[in-house]
Design a protein around this ligand. Structure first.
Ligand code: DON
Length: 589
């Protein structure tokens, strides 16, 4: 497995060696001086000219990432910090009770994916959200402990720290622990989602005590303190993954879930593993794109769409034809998403075929520039607004980069906190297809490949993405449920057109996901002429009242110059900074 350079402080330590005992005192003094100077230069050198860019959905997370870099951490340590701080300061979006995908790129160009996706409890069954007549029971896969998959984020953070980091996990988690313990002032997004999910939160005494103010949505200026979460983070910091999946935390989680009607067992937690996987790689128009592999559908769908687009000369098309083509490739990729994709460890995915550029020919065989296609019901299977969920992008001048999308699914997840843990559980079970043809909360349908099964990871749309071009490296991603993949596609096309990150995050967006058969679009996404043209072709156009997405993006030009941009639809923070190492990495939290 990959390893990174060790911390300067740790590199210097082993020299306090057996040899020392045999040396004369003056020589020893000289040696100490030399070692001290060497150690100091090692400490200072990495920070001297290094720059980093971080774009995250919360200013406190971006600031904490830089804090870890200044403490001597590498970009992957900073990714652990940003993830953990987002878990504390954006509880409506992600957390220790949820999961995510981290795409890690090392300066030498190697890219890997850490899969910290939740999985179904071992006692889960295909029809657990259906009534006796086979109808979905409203809200069962969304609210309360029965909606929660086994969390993956704590295991992923421990794995990233161990395999890729330079600092001890405890050091990288220190800012999150501090913010959970001392608190921070909640923002408008928190208050909005707390209002939206108040009923589910109020039903859980643990969640209500933590996130509401005497049962009500807190007023502006309210400080959220999460002492139980701070202690859970401390156990993770001290013991690594066992600090969460075994011992006291595991006992509290299982007891809390079961007392409230959930089905978790200690074995669910003990057996959970974050998995390192190869990302999906696709070449398009001189770009090399890396994105999330199954159990995310993002990379495969992006690959299919880019391969289809590659069959056309986009510059030769009119504006209407171009939008029409994009809608039609979206339609086709989401059909395959629904039919073929699921947990790669449990279902057979015809990955080789789907990723073959030649496969795109068969997908576009019926694509006409004279009329919109039709989304028919899927063959019988024999077998919101979008600021919840979160993404961050980072890169340094040396060429390391991280794109990570993290989620507890719906705003404030399941709304359930097992007492004593401070851990808000996800409702990611809703991402399974609970019955062929029955849409989930994002309107997505699926079949057997994404049916509920014990220990299975539910299919995701989260698509952290890296784009290498002859001019540099783009890092991007966003929340937004089913619309994530099409947002990233539009961003990739902007990169191909030579646009910078500010453009990717600001651009107006549109989306088609096969079913429902409609084009959803933000105000301003189409000109009046495009709307007329698309309507004439037979597209059903559904204007959205509001914008969607919260993209966080970074660009690293070939020479090392960095830019960062945060979606104006959210309240994130994007910054480029020169890193000056101020603290020894061995300093504890
Ligand atoms: O994994 C997925 O695809 C979803 N659970 C992501 C949810 C999401 O992006 C919510 N944001 N609007």
């Amino acid at each position: 497995m990959p390893s990174t350079s060790r911390s300067p402080a740790r590199a210097a330590d082993p020299v306090s060696l057996p040899v020392k005992r045999r040396l004369e005192a003056p020589v020893r003094g000289l040696l100490r001086l030399v070692l001290l100077l060497a150690g100091l230069s090692l400490l200072v050198r990495p920070g001297a000219a290094r720059q980093a860019a971080i774009a995250s959905a919360h200013p406190l997370a971006t600031a904490a990432g830089f804090e870890t870099l200044a403490a001597g951490g590498n970009l992957f340590d900073a990714a652990v910090t940003v993830s953990a701080v987002l878990a504390v300061v954006q509880p409506e979006s992600s957390g220790l009770g949820g999961g995510g995908f981290w795409l890690l790129r090392r300066a030498d160009g190697r890219v890997s994916m850490i899969d910290g996706r939740e999985r179904a409890p071992l006692a889960a069954s295909a029809d657990m959200y259906l009534d006796a007549a086979g109808r979905p029971i409203p809200r069962r896969s969304l609210d309360g402990p029965l909606a929660a998959g086994i969390p993956g984020e704590p295991a992923a953070l421990a794995l990233i720290a161990r395999r890729y980091g330079r600092l001890p996990l405890a050091r990288s988690l220190a800012p999150a622990i501090r913010l959970a313990r001392d608190g921070f002032v909640v923002d408008e997004a928190y208050r909005r989602y707390a209002g939206f999910r108040r009923r589910a939160i109020a039903a859980s005494p643990g969640a209500a005590a933590q996130f509401l103010d005497h049962g009500e949505v807190p007023a502006a200026g309210w400080r959220l303190r999460q002492p139980d979460l701070a202690r859970t983070l401390e156990r993770l910091a001290a013991e690594g993954r066992d600090g969460f999946y075994a011992g006291k935390t595991a006992r509290l989680l299982v007891a809390g879930v079961r007392a409230a009607g959930g089905i978790w067992t200690g074995r669910d937690l003990a057996e959970y593993r974050a998995v390192e996987r190869a990302p999906i790689r696709v070449d398009y128009a001189g770009l090399r794109v890396f994105s999330a592999a199954p159990p995310s559908s993002g990379g495969v769908a992006l690959a299919e769409m880019l391969h289809m687009l590659d069959r056309f000369d986009l510059d030769a098309l009119t504006a209407v034809q171009r939008k029409h083509l994009l809608i039609e490739v979206m339609r086709r990729a989401y059909r395959d998403r629904a039919r073929f994709l699921g947990d790669p460890d449990q279902v057979a995915i015809p990955l080789k075929r789907l990723l073959d550029p030649a496969y795109a020919n068969s997908l576009i065989r019926d694509l006409s520039f004279g009329a919109a296609g039709r989304s028919r019901p899927l063959p019988p299977d024999p077998s919101g607004k979008g600021l919840d969920t979160t993404h961050f992008s980072m890169a340094d001048s040396e060429g390391n980069a991280v794109a990570a999308t993290l989620s507890i699914n719906y705003g404030f997840g399941s709304g359930f906190v097992p007492p004593g843990t401070g851990v808000l559980l996800n409702d990611e079970m809703d991402d399974f297809s609970m019955r062929p043809g029955v849409p989930n909360v994002y309107g997505l349908v699926g079949g057997r490949a994404n049916a509920i099964a014990p220990g299975r990871r539910m299919l995701s749309s989260m698509s952290p993405t890296l784009v290498e071009t002859p001019k540099g490296l783009g890092v991007l991603g966003t929340p937004g449920g089913s619309r994530i993949i099409t947002m990233v596609l539009l961003g990739i096309l902007d990169i191909a057109a030579g646009e910078g990150p500010d453009h990717w995050v600001r651009r107006r967006r549109f989306h088609h996901q096969y079913l429902p058969d409609e084009v959803q679009y933000e105000p301003g996404a189409f000109s009046a002429q495009e709307l007329r043209g698309l309507r004439l072709l037979g597209h059903r156009l559904r204007p959205l009242d509001d914008t969607y997405g919260d993209m966080q993006a970074v660009w690293r030009a070939k020479g090392g110059h960095l830019e960062a941009a945060s979606d104006p639809r959210g309240s994130g923070a994007a910054q480029v900074k020169t890193i000056r190492v101020s603290t020894s990495p061995s300093d504890g939290p």
